[in-house]
Design a protein around this ligand. Structure first.
Ligand SMILES: [Zn+2]
Length: 137
């Protein structure tokens, strides 16, 4: 196991919501930005913690979730429908945050949280449209 120093990231005021996570260097599309580290929990524990209002849990697979609520930076990763980051698993089984598009230094990093409720609160124009026709699924 190794730890990646997250010196390519910084936390500051966000235009999206409260504080946000920002890149302090350019990233090419597909480049790994950081490993998502935290407490490994199962699905039941995930549901329980989410009911308690913990919104910092990352999906890994059906029964593995990572609670990053104690992570000093990842907890500031905001949702955007025009996200520039995505989540994947690397060959070592680590959950990673990678650049979904080319990212310039100074850009806020965002992902699509991917659960239904987020779109109800999202203020982007896409979601304004989506919530009107949300009966799919
Ligand atoms: Zn949106």
């Amino acid at each position: 196991m190794y730890k990646m120093t997250a010196n390519n990231l910084t936390v500051k005021d966000s235009s999206v919501h409260g504080m946000g996570l920002f890149s302090t260097m350019d990233h090419k599309e597909g480049q790994i930005i950081t490993i998502i580290s935290g407490e490994l929990i199962d699905a039941d524990e995930c549901v329980k913690r989410e009911d308690e209002g913990n919104v910092y849990i990352f999906y890994k697979d059906e029964d593995e979730y990572i609670d990053a609520s104690n992570h000093s930076q990842l907890r500031y990763l905001n949702h955007s429908c025009n996200y520039n980051c995505d989540i994947d698993e690397d060959e070592n089984g680590n959950l990673i945050l990678f650049a979904a598009t080319d990212i310039r230094s100074g850009e806020e990093l965002t992902i699509d949280y991917g659960y239904d409720e987020i779109y109800d609160y999202c203020s982007c124009s896409d979601c304004g449209n989506k919530s009107e026709q949300n009966d799919t699924k």
